[in-house]
Design a protein around this ligand. Structure first.
Ligand SMILES: [Zn+2]
Length: 119
Protein backbone atom coordinates (compact mmCIF):
# COMPACT_ATOMS: atom_id res chain seq x y z
CA UNK A 1 0.00 0.00 0.00
CA UNK A 2 1.32 3.36 -1.14
CA UNK A 3 0.12 5.13 2.02
CA UNK A 4 2.40 3.08 4.28
CA UNK A 5 5.53 4.45 2.64
CA UNK A 6 4.06 7.96 2.76
CA UNK A 7 3.38 7.66 6.47
CA UNK A 8 6.87 6.18 6.99
CA UNK A 9 8.44 9.29 5.45
CA UNK A 10 6.04 11.49 7.39
CA UNK A 11 7.18 9.83 10.64
CA UNK A 12 10.78 10.44 9.64
CA UNK A 13 10.09 14.14 9.14
CA UNK A 14 8.32 14.26 12.51
CA UNK A 15 11.26 12.55 14.25
CA UNK A 16 13.75 14.91 12.61
CA UNK A 17 11.71 17.91 13.56
CA UNK A 18 11.17 16.77 17.15
CA UNK A 19 14.91 16.12 17.48
CA UNK A 20 15.37 19.91 17.37
CA UNK A 21 13.35 20.41 20.54
CA UNK A 22 14.26 19.63 24.12
CA UNK A 23 12.96 16.59 25.92
CA UNK A 24 9.54 17.10 27.43
CA UNK A 25 8.04 18.75 24.38
CA UNK A 26 5.37 16.75 22.70
CA UNK A 27 3.88 16.77 19.26
CA UNK A 28 0.14 17.31 19.45
CA UNK A 29 -0.86 17.51 15.83
CA UNK A 30 0.39 17.40 12.31
CA UNK A 31 -1.23 18.89 9.23
CA UNK A 32 -0.51 17.29 5.90
CA UNK A 33 -1.50 18.69 2.55
CA UNK A 34 -2.42 16.14 0.00
CA UNK A 35 -2.95 16.91 -3.68
CA UNK A 36 -5.68 15.31 -5.74
CA UNK A 37 -3.04 13.67 -7.94
CA UNK A 38 -0.72 12.49 -5.19
CA UNK A 39 -2.40 9.07 -5.24
CA UNK A 40 -2.90 9.16 -1.52
CA UNK A 41 -6.32 8.38 -0.14
CA UNK A 42 -6.93 10.50 2.96
CA UNK A 43 -8.79 7.69 4.76
CA UNK A 44 -6.01 5.22 4.03
CA UNK A 45 -3.39 7.75 5.17
CA UNK A 46 -5.30 8.29 8.37
CA UNK A 47 -5.62 4.59 9.08
CA UNK A 48 -1.96 3.90 8.27
CA UNK A 49 -0.96 6.78 10.54
CA UNK A 50 -3.00 5.48 13.48
CA UNK A 51 -1.66 1.94 13.09
CA UNK A 52 1.95 3.01 12.57
CA UNK A 53 2.08 5.41 15.52
CA UNK A 54 0.59 2.93 17.98
CA UNK A 55 3.08 2.23 20.76
CA UNK A 56 5.44 4.93 19.51
CA UNK A 57 6.20 8.39 20.87
CA UNK A 58 3.63 9.70 18.38
CA UNK A 59 0.68 7.66 19.63
CA UNK A 60 -2.34 9.92 19.90
CA UNK A 61 -0.95 12.67 17.68
CA UNK A 62 -3.72 14.27 15.68
CA UNK A 63 -3.35 13.93 11.93
CA UNK A 64 -5.19 16.46 9.85
CA UNK A 65 -5.29 16.04 6.11
CA UNK A 66 -6.03 18.95 3.84
CA UNK A 67 -6.93 18.07 0.31
CA UNK A 68 -5.69 20.21 -2.52
CA UNK A 69 -7.82 20.54 -5.61
CA UNK A 70 -6.35 19.80 -8.97
CA UNK A 71 -5.44 22.94 -10.89
CA UNK A 72 -4.64 22.83 -14.59
CA UNK A 73 -3.41 25.25 -17.21
CA UNK A 74 -4.79 24.61 -20.68
CA UNK A 75 -2.21 23.31 -23.12
CA UNK A 76 -3.74 25.30 -25.97
CA UNK A 77 -4.85 28.68 -24.58
CA UNK A 78 -3.29 28.82 -21.12
CA UNK A 79 -6.58 29.20 -19.26
CA UNK A 80 -6.27 28.06 -15.61
CA UNK A 81 -9.06 25.90 -14.28
CA UNK A 82 -10.09 23.10 -11.95
CA UNK A 83 -11.78 20.24 -13.80
CA UNK A 84 -15.23 19.74 -12.34
CA UNK A 85 -15.73 16.01 -12.58
CA UNK A 86 -12.18 14.95 -11.75
CA UNK A 87 -11.31 12.15 -11.10
CA UNK A 88 -14.47 10.62 -12.58
CA UNK A 89 -13.39 11.61 -16.06
CA UNK A 90 -9.78 11.65 -17.14
CA UNK A 91 -10.61 14.18 -19.82
CA UNK A 92 -10.67 17.76 -18.67
CA UNK A 93 -12.08 20.05 -21.31
CA UNK A 94 -10.85 23.62 -21.05
CA UNK A 95 -13.73 25.96 -20.15
CA UNK A 96 -12.45 28.55 -22.63
CA UNK A 97 -11.38 26.68 -25.77
CA UNK A 98 -12.52 23.10 -25.19
CA UNK A 99 -9.06 21.52 -25.48
CA UNK A 100 -9.10 18.21 -23.62
CA UNK A 101 -5.50 17.08 -23.58
CA UNK A 102 -1.98 18.29 -22.92
CA UNK A 103 -2.81 20.45 -19.93
CA UNK A 104 -0.13 21.42 -17.48
CA UNK A 105 -0.64 20.50 -13.83
CA UNK A 106 -0.25 23.59 -11.65
CA UNK A 107 -1.31 22.10 -8.34
CA UNK A 108 -2.53 18.77 -7.07
CA UNK A 109 0.60 16.59 -7.21
CA UNK A 110 2.07 17.53 -3.88
CA UNK A 111 2.07 15.86 -0.56
CA UNK A 112 3.83 17.70 2.20
CA UNK A 113 3.79 18.52 5.88
CA UNK A 114 2.24 21.91 6.37
CA UNK A 115 2.42 22.31 10.13
CA UNK A 116 3.49 20.54 13.28
CA UNK A 117 1.98 21.69 16.54
CA UNK A 118 4.34 21.16 19.44
CA UNK A 119 3.36 21.58 23.05
ZN1 LIG B 1 -8.01 26.33 -23.45
Amino acid sequence: MHEISLVASLLEIMRDEMGKYSAGTRLSSVIVRCGALSNALPEALSTAFTVMTQDTEFAGVDLEIEEDALRLACGACGEEFTPEDFPVSSLAPCPRCGEELAHRVLAGRELYVRRLTII
